[in-house]
Design a protein around this ligand. Structure first.
Ligand code: ZN
Length: 459
């Protein structure tokens, strides 16, 4: 039985409840996996007390787009300055050497980084299964998420159209469509938990319009409905993709996904950089979610997504760090800051206040993942909390508005505590139950091995 937690003396609590209340002088008491009470002078009996003097408490952040395996191929010199299609074409030749052990090592780093920077729920999108085999890569990620204690939404990605059929990836990085479907069903049956406070929900996620067939997209939409799971893919990320869709399908990317049954309210799309005003309205009407990945879009020169327009139209928007090969970090709080800053360039200084970004990273993400049990600090919701200590040098002078200070200031983005489902998983800025140095060393070993194998590989 996990101990109750009593968080006392917080400088400010950002609840993200429906009134968006910000509280001072109150405590938060958790019991089991939920928030039991918020109020003044709550009883300490049986609870572990966390003294949050000088700290801001926020709902744990929700990351709605990631590729954990890519933590092993961050900052690869050959593609530091490449745009998406060139970047992908090169990295496929490295990722084809991934093994289950390497995938597990990459996941540990990516998940640890998220927890350390305030994220308590993350999705993942794994789509390359080397050698055409479904070698239990996602199983290993689910295991890592379970061990590290993060709430996890893995999506079963896929690529079925290789170079020889007019797609982007090499043929040996793709799989047969019946094999993909079989593995989707296996994962949903083995791991998908639709109950409240679930720690694992599986989704279906063909990689992108340029690496799967229209038939597979259609089948996935039908199966997702049948199994009651979410749908996810990359969409409208680059102009190159738009050209590909216009040439291959005679449709713009959004028309294409609509034509294969993906606009029925259970899908969320990563990036969504290049959309017309009419397309924005259609997203809002269908409650289709957007995973906004500002760092990745900047890193690959893809463009600035029209997020202000999405928010004004009522499109559900969450934040994603995206894969670590195009970020090249999984620092969630840094992603919030990037989001706040980049839109001020495109739509003006008033268009993206800190609290708007905080909303996207919590309530927005929860809506995108179709959950109402996370993303806010309120009685009966999951006990997912991030506690940031603002007493150090990097926040000094900023405390007139401690909530916004999280985005405007700070250099170390580590939490003092990260709490997931009532469990303390980050303690005083370090993983509570795992050896960070060992995790980093393992990942470095696999990362070096991957690049060696890629250099020695003869197709
Ligand atoms: Zn991505």
């Amino acid at each position: 039985m996990k101990p109750n937690l009593l968080i006392k003396n917080a400088l400010r609590i950002l609840t993200m409840d429906d009134q968006r209340r910000e509280l001072s002088g109150v405590d938060i008491l958790t019991r089991g996996r939920t928030i039991l009470m918020i109020g003044k002078n709550l009883p300490e009996e049986d609870a572990r007390v966390l003294d949050a003097t000088g700290c801001v408490v926020v709902p744990g952040f929700i990351n709605v787009h990631h590729h954990l395996v890519q933590t092993l191929t961050r900052n690869v010199a050959a593609v530091q300055d490449a745009k998406l299609f060139d970047w992908l074409t090169y990295l496929y030749t490295v990722w084809r050497h991934l093994t289950p052990d390497a995938v597990a090592a990459g996941a540990e780093v990516g998940l640890a980084e998220l927890l350390l920077t305030g994220c308590t729920t993350t999705s993942d999108h794994t789509y390359l299964f080397p050698g055409g085999k479904s070698a239990e890569l996602i199983d290993r990620q689910i295991d890592a998420a379970h061990r590290l204690g993060i709430r996890f939404h893995p999506t079963r990605g896929s690529m079925s159209v290789g170079l020889s059929k007019g797609g982007l990836p090499p043929d040996d990085c793709t799989q047969e469509e019946d094999e993909i479907l079989k593995d989707c069903e296996r994962l949903v049956k083995a791991y998908h938990d639709p109950t409240p406070y679930s720690m694992c929900r599986v989704g279906l996620a063909p990689c992108a319009p340029f690496s799967v067939s229209a038939e597979l997209m259609k089948t996935m939409a039908q199966q997702a409905k049948k199994w009651g799971v979410g749908l996810h893919t990359h969409l409208a990320e680059t102009i190159d993709e738009e050209i590909y869709c216009l040439e291959r399908y005679k449709m713009r990317p959004l028309d294409f996904v609509e034509s294969v049954g993906w606009m029925e309210g259970n899908a969320w799309f990563a990036h969504m950089v290049h959309l017309s005003p009419d397309e924005v309205r259609r997203l809002a009407q269908t409650r289709t979610g957007v995973a906004h990945c500002p760092s990745s879009n900047m890193r690959l020169g893809s463009g600035i997504a029209p997020i202000r327009e999405y928010l004004d139209a009522g499109v559900p928007v969450g934040l994603g760090v995206d894969g670590s090969a195009s970020n090249d970090s999984g620092d969630m709080l840094a992603e919030l800051r990037q989001c706040m800053l980049v839109h001020r360039i495109r739509t003006g200084v008033k268009s993206m206040p800190a609290r708007q970004v905080l909303w996207m990273a919590t309530r927005g993400g929860a809506e995108v993942l179709r959950r109402d049990d996370i993303g806010r600090i309120a009685q009966g919701k999951a006990a997912d909390l991030a506690v940031f200590d603002l007493t150090g040098i990097d926040y000094a002078g900023s405390l007139s508005d401690p909530v916004a200070a999280l985005l405007f200031c700070g250099s170390s983005h580590r939490t003092k505590w990260t709490i997931v489902n009532g469990n303390v998983v980050v303690e005083n800025g370090r993983l509570a139950h795992h050896d960070e140095d060992a995790i980093a060393a393992r990942a470095n070993k696999f990362a070096a091995g991957l690049l060696e194998k890629a250099a020695a590989y003869k197709a």
